[in-house]
Design a protein around this ligand. Structure first.
Ligand code: AMP
Length: 573
């Protein structure tokens, strides 16, 4: 497995990666495939289980010191010099001076078991236990294995292999080609559990995978919306359609099973503890024993009834002071989807049927309400509704195809968004990934932060390509916060899943997403987004909106093809 990681890390071609991975998968015993897939994703269990490894560099250094016979100081010095704990581990353990604690060669089961324990021990003495668990692995590891383990536990593997690459490889390993990749993808989108899908595929085959349906407490990956430049384009595309208010809050998926309710974010994190109000409302206002709903939560002012801006609503995403903020910023949940209810998979049914069923299932009350919708046939009607809703402070509209199923995990024209435009030319904001930062000059040096280098995502190649340097519009607080946040993810060199021609002062692991608005998209000789013929695309006068979008992961960022679409829309205007 360590060799497989090595091979994957040394290639940037997604096709090559899928081929190498398929060869590797063929060697994995069926009973191990599930955990092997998780480890390749850089996780131990799916995100929604809420178990995270996340150990600091210090703990890893201590474990290394324990087995290599080197002092902590020596390990730290090597780390400062090399900048990669993986390589430090590799070198330190290639000249092991202490005798192996356990002996025998390391197995995937052993690695997985120890890491799982490491992630779940707590309470008194847990630090020492963690060090021992990790030291035990190092003591049995070959230098290459130690490198991989050190990178894994400190979160420094490259992003983890893209899910779609893993699915390609799973398909090839079992049947020799990618014919059934769509079936795997569908199952993954409905369960958010690639390990489970892999196991079912390997051990039970195609029929079993195609029979996977939504289950309470397995979050479904969200359907995404396309953009079109105008009401006219939308009606041309969809004909008669449903137009819903687009609320500017955050998306939640609510699962109910008997008396238990769990709430998930759009990236499948379990957020139940943050929203006792939504949990209670679901028990009171949902007429179903089992159900999966999706909606947008938005804060409102309890005195005036008006919606509050996104920056205020987002304060409800917090670990501490939950009760106080629930009172300060009460939420409404505008439900726009019913995905599952009492044994029936609604994702496959047409929009109109899902909506009708949703209406039957929601009981009127203070928090849950069905999103406002209207059936529209003419562009002028759509424009009027858009103006009315924007006038009421909403973000815009979502037009929905009356006949489409729910497109879990995919961006389709089943949903088309039209937003209030922030500037004359660019129809939408972009969600970009931070790939580096600058120290800045003058006053900014005191914060150790002077600007960001940002990128969009190309899911086909699994690469991040630069699109903008953002040097203005930061408050002092933001500069201090960025500086603190990004130092933690600093890398010595450009990550190998990034395409970029410019050098920031510090590279960072592509993981944090920010929303930016800009005046327009221009051609650029330095940015690599949509690179062709010695030119790419860049944002002109980019400015940040808010802070890091904790509800989005790097692979949820605006994609390269979306930027091309926006560029085309801008030209048409
Ligand atoms: P965007 O983030 O701009 O791509 O817009 C998509 C997001 O809009 C979804 O992920 C939801 O969080 C949010 N949203 C707000 N109102 C609706 C609605 N009526 N239907 C679907 N999504 C909505």
């Amino acid at each position: 497995m360590a060799q497989a990681y090595d091979k994957l890390e040394s290639t940037t071609s997604r096709l090559q990666m899928a081929d190498d991975l398929a060869v590797f998968f063929k060697t994995v015993p069926p009973g191990l495939i599930r955990n092997v897939v998780y480890l390749l994703q850089g996780i131990l269990v799916p995100e929604h289980h809420g178990i995270q490894l996340g150990i600091g560099d210090k703990l890893c250094e201590q474990a290394l010191s324990k087995v290599s016979g080197k002092t902590i100081k020596q390990i730290e010095a090597a780390y400062r010099k090399i900048g990669d704990l993986g390589q430090v581990a590799e070198t330190a353990l290639s000249v092991k001076t202490q005798k192996s604690l356990g002996g025998g060669s390391l197995t995937v089961e052993k690695v997985y078991d120890n890491l799982y324990k490491l992630a779940t021990v707590s309470g008194e003495g847990s630090q020492d236990q963690k060090i021992s668990l990790l030291a035990e692995l190092f003591s049995q590891a070959s230098p290459t294995e130690a490198k991989t383990i050190a990178r894994f536990v400190t979160g420094r593997l490259r992003l983890g292999v893209a899910e779609s690459t893993i699915m390609d490889a799973l398909s090839v390993a079992k049947i020799g080609d990618k014919t059934h990749k769509d079936v795997l993808e569908r199952a993954f989108n409905l369960t958010s559990d690639l390990g489970q899908v892999a196991e079912t595929w390997f051990n039970q085959g195609l029929d079993a995978v195609s029979q996977i349906t939504p289950q309470p407490f397995n979050p479904i990956r969200p359907a995404l919306a396309e953009r079109l430049p105008s009401a006219k384009d939308i009606i041309e595309r969809l004909g008669k359609c449903s137009v819903e208010a687009k609320y500017d809050g955050f998306r939640l998926q609510v699962h109910k099973y008997g008396k238990t309710v769990r709430v998930y974010s759009r990236r499948q994190e379990d957020m139940t503890a943050m929203f006792p109000d939504i949990v209670k409302a679901t028990l009171d206002q949902l007429n179903a024993d089992e159900a999966i709903l999706e909606g947008e939560a938005i804060g409102y002012n309890s005195a005036t009834g008006q919606f509050v801006p996104f920056q205020e609503t987002i304060q409800r995403k917090r670990k501490h002071g939950v009760a106080k903020y629930a009172e300060k910023i009460p939420l409404k949940l505008f439900v726009f989807e019913l995905l599952y209810a009492d044994g029936t998979d609604w994702t496959v049914r047409p929009y109109v049927e899902r909506q009708a069923e949703l209406a039957r299932r929601i009981i009127a009350g203070p928090i849950l309400a069905q999103a406002e919708t209207k059936i529209i046939e003419k562009p002028e009607e759509l424009e009027n509704l858009f103006d009315k809703l924007v006038g009421e402070g909403l973000e815009g509209i979502m037009a929905k195809d009356l006949h489409a199923p729910y497109s879990a995990g995919a961006r389709k024209f089943a949903w088309i968004k039209l937003k209030r435009s922030y500037s004359s030319k660019l129809a939408d904001s972009l969600d970009v990934v931070i790939i580096g930062f600058y120290y800045g000059k003058g006053k900014r040096t005191e914060f150790g932060f002077g600007g960001l280098l940002s990128a969009i995502y190309d899911p086909n190649e699994d690469r991040f390509r630069s699109i903008a340097k953002i040097g203005t519009g930061f408050s002092e607080q933001q500069m201090a916060d960025f500086s603190e946040l990004l130092q933690k993810d600093a890398l010595k060199q450009k990550p190998n899943n990034v395409d970029c021609l410019i050098e920031p002062d510090v590279w960072v692991k592509p993981r944090h997403v920010i929303t930016v608005i800009a005046d327009e998209i221009t051609r650029s000789p330095v940015h690599t987004c949509a690179w062709s013929d010695k030119e790419g695309l860049a944002l002109r006068f980019p400015r940040i909106k808010g802070f890091v979008r904790t509800d989005k992961s790097a692979t949820d960022a605006t994609t390269e093809s979306e930027v091309l679409e926006l560029y085309e829309m801008q030209r048409q205007r």
